[in-house]
Design a protein around this ligand. Structure first.
Ligand code: NAD
Ligand code: DAU
Length: 332
């Protein structure tokens, strides 16, 4: 049994990890989360009180972080500003949380000698051409495009520097696009599902040729537990499940699974600087640590996700109108 501190545990992937870790281990978990617009304590409802605690606070609050590190064996760091579109609108919170917040955690890890796993993204590598057979590996050079991805790249580099300069016991993982329950309606898949549920036509940026490499959040959680248990300090692991799909195909699949004509969507203004394609080669994680994804059937995973949003309108409805108003103001 270990005492885990999970930052950003009220967000999409963090909450999925908390559920997964409590189900599959005997760890005790404390979540530290600021509850920004993206955090939702309802995502943590029903967890066992004897093994779970929630603390509201900012990862950039050094005194609070210090007290929580003092009582933790390991830290899994999910907290971030995570949405590219928001980073184009107002980059500042991305610097505060993704850079200064991560720095604050690293300093606490250094003081307390605490094991830290840093959650990052494949977007640090930039994008690939559609017809390029290459995929990202751990040795692909960093080349981030957006304010979001550049602050994530910056945070990764801070982690690497704190490992080398101060001997901090950290690992990093860079994962591809996640889908599953508890994802905010600002993101692509939940936005389109909840649009259809509300009778709004799905919105595709530009021509919809951009490719994302989809992985179920539960597979991501299992990979993170594997790295916590078996990962080599100082190493980076890419997490992906061979799930490349273009956005147009995903919208058409959502519409079909929801009983609508496959072409019942609108093309809207494209994202500025929109990355074309992401693709992950996760050979290192699979061969060195023995992880394998379970959700290999994307249409089945998507159908289950659609069902979750159908059954959990009370979870997503409070954020829907404001999210659509933000997009409408940008012609999206
Ligand atoms: P999210 O936006 O759903 O959740 C982020 C959480 O962090 C929220 O609960 C929010 O309240 C909290 N938070 C934000 N600022 C904070 C602060 N200063 N202090 C404490 N808590 C704060 O994000 P997500 O999609 O779950 O992403 C989680 C992590 O995984 C991020 O680091 C992201 O870069 C990474 N990631 C995401 C994806 C994806 O597809 N969503 C893929 C790869 C990596
Ligand atoms: O690759 C990992 C990254 O995946 C994570 O680091 C980010 O935190 C996460 O948000 C995600 O980034 P993307 O920008 O790829 O995700 P998003 O859901 O915003 O968009 C997915 C694709 O869908 C992208 O090509 C833009 C497009 N899109 C998005 C929205 C919201 C649309 O076509 N229409 C939309 O309405």
């Amino acid at each position: 049994m270990a005492r885990l501190l999970v930052t950003g545990g009220a967000g999409f992937i963090g909450s999925n990890f908390v559920h997964h870790a409590l189900d599959h281990t005997d760890h005790h978990i404390t979540v530290l989360d600021k509850l920004t617009y993206a955090g939702n304590t309802a995502s943590l409802d029903g967890l066992p009180e004897s093994r779970f605690r929630f603390v509201r606070g900012d990862i950039a609050d050094a005194a609070l972080v210090d007290s929580l590190f003092a009582e933790s064996d390991a830290v899994v760091h999910y907290a971030a500003e995570s949405h590219n579109d928001n980073s184009l609108d107002d980059p500042r919170p991305f610097l505060d949380t993704n850079i200064i917040g991560t720095y604050t955690l690293l300093e606490a890890a250094r003081r307390h000698g605490t094991r830290l796993h840093h959650i990052s993204t494949d977007e640090v590598y930039g994008d690939l051409e559609l017809d390029d057979p290459a995929r990202f590996t751990e040795s692909t050079p960093y080349n981030p495009s957006s304010p979001y991805s550049s602050t994530k790249a910056g945070s990764d580099l801070l982690v690497r520097a704190w490992v080398r300069s101060f001997g901090v016991a950290a690992t990093i993982s860079n994962c591809s696009n996640n889908y599953g329950p508890y994802q905010h309606v600002e993101k692509f898949i939940p936005r389109q599902i909840t649009n259809v549920l509300r009778g709004i036509r799905p919105k595709l940026y530009g021509a919809g040729e951009n490719v994302r490499d989809w992985i179920h959040a539960d597979d991501h959680s299992a990979a993170v537990l594997t790295i916590l248990e078996k990962g080599v300090i100082g190493e980076t692991y890419l997490i992906g499940a061979d799930g490349e799909e273009n956005n147009k195909a995903v919208v058409e699949l959502i519409l079909t699974l929801m009983g609508q004509p496959a072409d019942a969507y609108d093309h809207v203004t494209d994202r500025t600087g929109h990355d074309l394609r992401y693709a992950i080669d996760s050979t290192k994680l699979r061969t060195e640590l023995g992880w394998t994804p379970i959700y290999q059937d994307f249409p089945a995973g998507l159908a289950a996700t659609i069902e979750w949003y159908r059954e959990n309108e009370a979870w997503w409805a409070p954020a829907k109108d404001a999210t659509e108003a933000f997009y409408a103001s940008k012609g999206q």
